[in-house]
Each structure stands twice: as C-alpha cells, then as structure tokens.
Design a protein around this ligand. Sequence first.
Ligand SMILES: NC(=O)c1ccc[n+]([C@@H]2O[C@H](COP(=O)([O-])OP(=O)(O)OC[C@H]3O[C@@H](n4cnc5c(N)ncnc54)[C@H](O)[C@@H]3O)[C@@H](O)[C@H]2O)c1
Ligand SMILES: O=P(O)(O)OC[C@H](O)CO
Length: 325
Amino acid sequence: MKIGVIGGGAWGTALAQVAAYGGREVILWAREGAVVESINTAHENTLFLGGVALSPTIRATDDLAALADMDAILVVAPAQHVGSVLAAAPIGRIPLVLCAKGIEAGSKRLVGEVARAVHPDAPIAVLSGPTFAHEVAAGLPTAVTLACEDAELGERLATRLAARHFRTYASTDVAGAEIGGAVKNVLAIGCGVVEGAGLGQNARAALIARGFAEMTRFGLARGALAETLAGLSGLGDLVLTCSSTSSRNFSLGVGLGRGDSAATLLADRRTVAEGAFTAPVLREAARDARVDMPITEAVCRLLEGAPVSDVIGDLLARPLKGEAG
Ligand SMILES: NC(=O)c1ccc[n+]([C@@H]2O[C@H](COP(=O)([O-])OP(=O)(O)OC[C@H]3O[C@@H](n4cnc5c(N)ncnc54)[C@H](O)[C@@H]3O)[C@@H](O)[C@H]2O)c1
Ligand SMILES: O=P(O)(O)OC[C@H](O)CO
C-alpha cells in the first residue's frame, strides 16, 4: 500500500514514521522547502520534530502532484488550511484519512465536511486520539480511533495504518471522532488557564469533567455517538491534552492564565494551537445548535483579552443546576 502524507509538521512527520514501519515507502508533502530538504538529506524534520531519526523510506516533496498514485493519503495540515491545500492536490478517488483537529472558521464545517466539498469522490476517514507526535515518533505506545462510514474500508485502513505500538480501533462515527478532537483543544486551553492561574488540581479535574459534559452535549446535537465521545478520540484525548504542557493548547492556556495576551503568545509560535482558532467558531456553532457551552464561552473571552479573574468569577457564579443538565 502506497501512503502519502499532506503536511510536514510534527504530526504529519510522526504519522509518516508510523506508516513507514516495515520498510514501506511513504511520500510526505511539506509546505516548507527546509522541511523537504532536511527529511531527504538528513532523515530528520529539524523544523517541527527535531531529534527523531526518520525512516529513510520516507521521501519528502514540495509537489502535490507526487501524491497522484497513492492508495491512501493522510491529511495533516492545520484545520484552517485543509481546504486550500486539498484544492491543489490531485485526489480523485484516493481515500483521505483526516488527522487535523478543528472546525473551519467562517464555514463552521468540520474538516471532513471541508474535504467532502473539495473532493466529493474521495472516501473520507478520520484518525484521532491521544497522540503527542514526539511520543508516537519515538515508538511509545498509544491507541487511536479510525472512523470511516464505509466499515469495510475503515477496517482495511485501520489494519494498514496500525503498528505494534500504534493500535487503531475502527469506528463508523466520523462526526463523533472529529468533534471530540476539535472540542478537546478548546477545553485544553481552559485547563491550561487553571494551571497558569494557580487554581489547583481539583479545579482542573472539575473542568475536565464538566468539559466532557459540554463536548457530549454538542456532539450528540451534531449526530455523534456517545460511545465515540467517551472513547479514544474524545475523552481519551481530552484527558491527555488537559494534563500536560507538551500540549500546545494547554501551554497556550497556561500563558493566558498567567496574564499574557493571546496575540503575544501566538505571535511567538511556529506550531499550531488549533483550539485558539476553533474556540470562536465552536461558540457560534453551539449557539446555532442551542447547546450550552459555558467553558467554551469562557475560553473565547480569555482569548479576546478578558481578565482571568473576571472570567473565572463569572463561571463560578452561574446558577447551580443538576449534574445531568
Ligand atoms: N503535534 C501533535 O502532537 C498532533 C497530534 C495529533 C493531531 N495533531 C493535529 O495535526 C494537525 C497539524 O498539526 P502539527 O502538529 O503537525 O503541526 P505543527 O504545529 O507541527 O506545524 C505547523 C504546520 O502548519 C503548516 N502550515 C502553516 N501555515 C500553513 C498554511 N498557510 N497552509 C498550509 N499549512 C500551513 C506548516 O507547514 C506545518 O506543517 C493539527 O490539526 C493538530 O491539531 C497534532
Ligand atoms: O499539542 P496539542 O494541544 O495540539 O495536542 C496534540 C494532540 O492533539 C494530542 O492528542
């Protein structure tokens, strides 16, 4: 099976490394000439995943046409850029495995909806779960959801993309897998704020639990299955991302919690913190669906510059209610 990867950031590179196990050839498209050069000459992505020795069977290119005869393509560009990158790629009927976690600003579309609009003939799958790129690239174990409406194709992709340390669990709930990954990034910013503002570990655990309630309400309203939201791509990834400064979203929140502005924190980064872009559009989508998402609303206010003490005070001052509500 010939596997292509679109996106030469940390996750695209780590997934190329997984796909290359057993000596399989992988072609990775990267936007940056420096990434292409570094992978092809030194077998390392010094810009986004330095220190990891990559398989020599991974070949990098800056030409999307090189992906024209792949059996499957992993799409690992940031969510806001998936539409533009895919529009320039020769996809036709090649199955697309979407690995970005976010919602497109403006259109309010999940990444799968974006891909379907650009390439209506391409089968769509989603790969998502608790996966820090540096751990996966180092061969540490994890497990992910591989969701595809076509169950047979999903099983085939799950089998082909699995490795000894990278377990894939097949599902047919594409929306559920996508919503978990998109929403957890926003909640991770909130948990980072709790850390940065020194609000304690009880507060972080409470925020994870109430955040999961929020993710579930939104997911069910958008047709997701509860078991997907409680699985690897939902709760599993939520717990990971809300617990570690290895998360770009969590660490952005830590900075906000210490009183830095989002503009300052984001200006210093080459890497993507998807939650910062997903939060405002998730708030809009939740309001459209009449789903109450107070933590998402709070994260949006923090990103917009509201003082941490005001936002936390307002969250805590909301009327008490039943836990199931
Ligand atoms: N890094 C991880 O541990 C990890 C794990 C799972 C999922 N993801 C998801 O994978 C996706 C990609 O993240 P990453 O960590 O690989 O990226 P990264 O933060 O390592 O690198 C940034 C990426 O954004 C790309 N980019 C920047 N501007 C662009 C533009 N205008 N058009 C197209 N591409 C542009 C860069 O080329 C680079 O590939 C995100 O949705 C992220 O949430 C990341
Ligand atoms: O660094 P983050 O916050 O983008 O998280 C990376 C992955 O999504 C974790 O599964």
